[in-house]
Every structure is written in structure tokens, then in C-alpha cells.
Design a protein around this ligand. Structure first.
Ligand SMILES: [Zn+2]
Ligand SMILES: [Zn+2]
Length: 328
């Protein structure tokens, strides 16, 4: 089959590899669409994936092409979206329900071959069948949405909070859409890229700005970084209102460092927390997606052939467009 392969740091190519075969409780998915995200760029720079080479792609959906000997839950021809999370179910974190912190945490497209290929293998337990009205290609958005759902799980949002989001790429916009569902009193979005802010405005946020200084507010109950950028994070940490929470949602470089203000954290009871990937949130994200929480026509800006994988990553890195998909 044809697959994109990240073979070493900075090296990505589309090549031919062996067709995968399913294990007893696995299925082979004929990939309809696979989304790209910042994690793929981190893998390309030698971070996040435990070893290279790897076939990237953790955001995908497709049609079941083959099932393992002990699979009864799905059949060949079923359309599915795939939760890429791979847990050991045996370590202390798994046994306490915090599987995303698993000591042997892995992900399809991170630690095993992913969806930037004609076919990908997944445990049947990770497959969610799609309702008739959901297009298979669009369902590749369920994975990033499930990360956003996890983010709001961490925040345990209350009604009528003021929310400030850094970044109006796909993830910032998803945090915006879910923020509306949580009943936020206001949601404001900061991004240096004015074109992206136009989409945030289109989706109905309270205000947008290229700097939080332009927004007339003393502080925000909830500040979410959806950039992973140290300057944005540093700025956001200082914008949290008394009693408020800062959520590190974007994936920063390993080397990124910011300064915190311990006295203010103490004196104003500020919470700084993070949200890592997916936890018990994939099925809920699939339900939200089927209910129309996101408009795929707005969220997916580019649908490219798999052959263009390297160029698609470059485009993503350059910050052009929103969710970029390859269609193997
Ligand atoms: Zn992703
Ligand atoms: Zn574990």
C-alpha cells in the first residue's frame, strides 16, 4: 500500500510499504481521510513519537476492509472513526482511570502505523461506527474534537464564565464551539493571523483581537492556550482572573519555557493545568459531531491527495488554512 512515512528528523516521504493485517481483535480500515495537526510536526522534529520511522496520522476515519478472527462488533464495509489512543490497561494510571497518562501510552500514528496511508490497523474497541448522515471523510474531525472535549472535562466549566482562547486554528475554534455549549458568558479569541480570526468571528465569538490588550477586560475566568507557542502562553498566564484557570491545551516544544508568578498563583488562587489527548471523550465527541456541533465545511479547509503529504505538512506549518486532510 501507499503510505506517508516520517523516516527521520525532518524526513517525510510517500512510499510503498507492506499491507497491514489485523490481529484477532483488530480491524483494517481503508482510510477515507486523515487530518494533520501540530503533533505530526512534533513527530517530524523528533518529538512525541517514541521511535522513527513511523507512518503518521492519528486523526482518521474510513471503511472497515478486514476484521480479525475474534471481531464481532463491526463488519467489513462499516464506516468508522478511530480513537488512536493505545493504553496498556495494567499500569497504575490505567487502573485509576487516567489512561491518557498510561506509563506505556501509545497512539496509532504516534507509536504504531497511522492513518496517513491507504490502510491502517486499529483495535476494534477504538472504532466508533458512523451514523448515515455523517460523511466518512468529515469524521476525521472527531479525534481533535475528542481532545477538545477532554480539555473541557479538565476545566469542569461552570455556566457564565469569561473565556479567552489563544489561537484560532482548528483547535482554538473547536474550543470556541465547545465553549458556547458550556454556556460561557463571553468567549474571546486572540490570534496574530487576522484571516484566522475572521473564522472565529464567523463562528460567533464575543470578540477577536491580535493582542489581548485590545480586549477591554481585567482578566478571564478561563484562559486556554491552543497554540503551544511560548509567547502566547506567557501572555495568557498573566490574563487569568482571580480564582481562574489556565489550560495548557496546545502542544509546546519540549524546550519551551515560560515564567510563572508564584505569589499571584497563591494570592489569587489561580489554577494552571493541562489536558493531554483523549480520555473517555471519544464516544462523546462522536455524538457531538453527529449532532452537528462543528460545520465540516468551515473546519476542513483543504482536502489533498496522500501524495501531497509533505506539502500538506509544510502548509500546516506555515499556518495556512484550518484542518488540512489527506485523502488516501
Ligand atoms: Zn491531532
Ligand atoms: Zn497503562
Amino acid at each position: 500500500m501507499k503510505a506517508a512515512v516520517i523516516s527521520g528528523v525532518g524526513q517525510v516521504e510517500v512510499t510503498t510499504v507492506d499491507d497491514p493485517a489485523p490481529g484477532r481483535r483488530q480491524v483494517v480500515v481503508d482510510v477515507s481521510a486523515c487530518g494533520l495537526c501540530g503533533t505530526d510536526l512534533h513527530i517530524l522534529q523528533g518529538e512525541f513519537a517514541p521511535t522513527l520511522p513511523v507512518i503518521p496520522g492519528h486523526e482518521f476515519a474510513g471503511v472497515v476492509a478486514e476484521i480479525g478472527a475474534d471481531v464481532t462488533e463491526v463488519a467489513v464495509g462499516d464506516r468508522v472513526a478511530v480513537d488512536p489512543s493505545l493504553y496498556c490497561f495494567e499500569c497504575r494510571y490505567c487502573r485509576s482511570g487516567r489512561n491518557n497518562l498510561c506509563e506505556r501510552w501509545g497512539g496509532i500514528g504516534v507509536s504504531t502505523a497511522g492513518g496517513a496511508a491507504e490502510f491502517a490497523v486499529a483495535p476494534v474497541a477504538n472504532c466508533v461506527k458512523l451514523p448515515d448522515h455523517v460523511r466518512t471523510e468529515d469524521a476525521a474531525l472527531i479525534e481533535p474534537l475528542s481532545c477538545a472535549v477532554r480539555g473541557y472535562d479538565v476545566l469542569r466549566s461552570q455556566l457564565a464564565t469569561s473565556v479567552l482562547i489563544y489561537g484560532s486554528g482548528t483547535m482554538g475554534l473547536m474550543m470556541l464551539e465547545l465553549g458556547k455549549l458550556t454556556g460561557a458568558a463571553s468567549i474571546e479569541v486572540v490570534d496574530l493571523n487576522k484571516e484566522r480570526l475572521a473564522t472565529a468571528r464567523q463562528l460567533g465569538c464575543t470578540a477577536v483581537a491580535t493582542s489581548a490588550d485590545e480586549l477591554d477586560r481585567g482578566g478571564w475566568d478561563v484562559v486556554i492556550d491552543a497554540t503551544g507557542n511560548a509567547r502566547a502562553i506567557q501572555d495568557g498566564l498573566g490574563r487569568v482572573a482571580k480564582g481562574g484557570t489556565f489550560l495548557q491545551f496546545g502542544v509546546a516544544d519540549y524546550a519551551a519555557r515560560v515564567e510563572i508568578d508564584p505569589y499571584r498563583i497563591y494570592n489569587q488562587e489561580i489554577t494552571i493545568t493541562g489536558s493531554m489527548a483523549v480520555l473517555h471523550s471519544y464516544e462523546r465527541a462522536a455524538d457531538l459531531f453527529a449532532g452537528g456541533v462543528l460545520d465540516p465545511e468551515i473546519f476542513i479547509s483543504d482536502r489533498l491527495p496522500l501524495d501531497d503529504y509533505a506539502a500538506a505538512l509544510e502548509q500546516f506549518k506555515a499556518g495556512k488554512g484550518r484542518k488540512i486532510q489527506v485523502l488516501p
